[in-house]
Design a protein around this ligand. Structure first.
Ligand SMILES: C[S@@+](CC[C@H](N)C(=O)[O-])C[C@H]1O[C@@H](n2cnc3c(N)ncnc32)[C@H](O)[C@@H]1O
Length: 213
């Protein structure tokens, strides 16, 4: 029930999200992350977890990858399919909290940009990611750090909380944030090791992890 409402929230945000991702600043950001992934996984099949309107899939297809985007919002997927009309891109409806609909050792790399903040159990999702990754495959994660949540809490006083729509309240009822060490500990337990890390500001964790063989 709650998850259905969350999905509807993202359906509702799809149009605005696509517009946001088309700005020059976002395009530059997407290109930088796609290049970063390519540094660690030069070619092959990439799974984009929580692919949204397909901005990352588009950038990765341009760099020669085969991309499968997964999202639970039909509205996001519909836009992704028109945004990336390539035979090398496929978009699949699935909830990333559940078992991923792919056989083991399917992908050379997995990308997750702002989707780990929407999972209930990061450990379980990381185990699933490890299962679908080939041994030695890489996972690039950009997710919200705990500092972000603290900042948002400070900024969102009582008035703001009342002003937010019910839909937003529901969607935000599942926002997971992680401290760097906590995330790396969970990832290590799921069989990943840290291979690279970037810091732009304190509010995002940006790491590349490698799946053990
Ligand atoms: C903040 S957006 C990021 C989209 C994309 N990664 C990007 O950076 O443009 C979060 C995306 O995750 C999707 N999402 C949230 N929870 C999900 C879940 N449980 N399963 C699958 N997709 C989910 C939303 O529909 C949305 O497209």
């Amino acid at each position: 029930m709650l998850q259905a409402l969350r999905r509807r929230y993202w359906d509702y945000r799809a149009r605005g999200w696509q517009r946001r991702m088309r700005t020059r600043r976002r395009k530059r950001y997407v290109a930088e992350r796609a290049d970063w992934l390519a540094e660690h996984a030069p070619s092959g099949a990439v799974l984009d977890l929580g692919c949204g309107t397909g901005s990352y899939a588009k950038a990765l297809v341009r760099r020669g990858f085969e991309v499968t985007g997964v999202d639970f919002s039909d509205a996001m997927l519909k836009r992704a399919r028109t945004e990336v009309p390539s035979a090398r891109a496929a978009f699949v409806a699935a909830d990333i909290n559940d078992r991923l609909p792919f056989p083991g050792a399917t992908f050379d790399a997995v990308l997750s940009v702002l989707s780990f903040d929407h999972v209930a159990d990061a450990r379980a999702v990381l185990r699933e990611v490890r299962r679908v990754l080939k041994p030695g495959g890489v996972l690039l994660v950009v997710t919200l750090s705990r500092a972000r949540r603290n900042r948002e809490r400070r900024m969102a006083g009582a008035v703001e909380r009342v002003r937010r729509t019910v839909m937003q309240q529901v969607a935000r009822s599942l926002v997971s944030t992680y401290s760097r060490d906590e995330f790396l500990r969970i990832a290590s337990a799921a069989g990943f090791s840290l291979v690279d890390e970037r810091a732009t500001d304190k509010t995002l964790l940006q790491v590349v992890l490698r799946a053990g063989g």
